[in-house]
Design a binder for this molecule. Structure first.
Ligand SMILES: [Ca+2]
Length: 331
């Protein structure tokens, strides 16, 4: 918040340490107090230039509260005359209450900003029993290997996978999916992250055969060719689908990468190590509940050979500067 005054930043930080119910209760009490005082000051504004200046600044700086607190609403403040009785104790209290209410309003705005912040889930694949707060069903015999962030899970490209019983990004209108992974070659088509919406009628996450089904889903896939790989990102929803794939943008195998796919409400984008590889407009409707498979497509075709260290899900489109940092390239 580069433009936020330090005092307001301090209050917002303080607010995060105080139970919200206490802040809400205090806000109501002080706002009622400020309301009464503002009424008094608005009357004083006709005669007192200090009060007039305060009410004018109150109106300018508080877009909502003046409509509630000041009965004259959008009426212009009368030009003050040179009658200025000295401030009374009540007037001094009014000023304090108004400042307090203004600061509390700033805290409330800060709270609203915090509430609008991204929901994010970080899945770290440093074990096989608890990842992202979920217990995966282990298929085959994935192993733990050294990764850029500690341990990572390696899949052998034959029969290793992890099936998660629920999924993130349910109801999200925008999204970012990131993964830290290492492709190791093998078959041409490898569908290694499948975030599926379960069909509420059939209970299926995907058709039993093939790679085409109507289920809404997010996919990370790779194609392996001539000792290199390239990325295939795919989104499907009831509104439409889109694959982002550029066979001309290939990368060496057997090193760690960060890959990302984002959707900002209009444009779907795919990145490798934070560098944009492809983008296209696509309509999108939010997904319903479902499950996640890592290491193979949900219907057990196109197994992955390589390792996964982290996957992060965010319910808004992150800018490249907000992505998980890419692992260092080998020297
Ligand atoms: Ca195996």
């Amino acid at each position: 918040m580069p433009d936020t005054p330090a005092s307001v930043s301090t209050l917002i930080r303080f607010q995060s340490q105080v139970p919200r119910t206490i802040i809400t209760f205090t806000s109501v009490i002080l706002t009622l107090r400020a309301s009464a005082c503002a009424l008094a000051w608005n009357g004083r504004a006709k005669h007192d230039p200090v009060a007039a200046r305060l009410v004018r600044s109150w109106r300018r700086s508080m877009p909502v509260l003046p409509l509630i607190l000041v009965p004259e609403r959008l009426q212009p403040v009368p030009k003050p005359v040179n009658v200025s009785p000295p401030p009374t104790g009540n007037a001094r209290m009014s000023r304090c209450s108004m400042i307090a209410a203004a600061l509390l309003c700033a805290m409330t705005l800060g709270s609203m900003t915090q509430g609008a912040r991204a929901e994010q889930q970080l899945w770290t694949f440093d074990n096989l029993s608890r990842i992202g707060g979920l217990t995966p069903a282990v298929e085959g015999d994935p192993t733990l290997v050294d990764g850029p962030l500690g341990k990572a899970v390696r899949f052998d490209g034959v029969d290793d996978a992890l099936l998660f019983p629920s999924r993130p990004l349910v109801g999200a209108k925008t999204f970012t999916i990131e993964a830290i992974f290492r492709p190791e070659g093998g078959a041409f088509e490898q569908r290694w992250l499948h975030v599926a919406e379960t069909d509420p009628v059939t209970g299926l996450d995907a058709n039993p055969a093939g790679t085409s089904d109507p289920n809404p889903r997010f996919m990370f896939e790779i194609r392996v060719q001539d000792g290199r790989w390239y990325l295939d990102s795919f989104v499907n929803s009831k509104a439409g689908s889109r694959a982002l794939i550029d066979p001309g943008k290939t990368h060496p195998l057997n090193r760690w990468y960060a890959v990302q796919q984002t959707y900002d409400g209009a444009t779907y984008r795919a990145y490798v190590d934070g560098v944009l590889e492809a983008e296209a407009p696509v309509p999108f409707t939010p997904h319903g509940p479902g499950r996640v498979m890592v290491g193979v497509r949900m219907n057990h075709v196109n197994w992955f050979r390589g390792a996964v260290a982290q996957i992060r899900f965010t319910n808004r489109a992150l800018a490249p500067g907000e992505f998980l940092p890419p692992p260092p390239a080998p020297q």
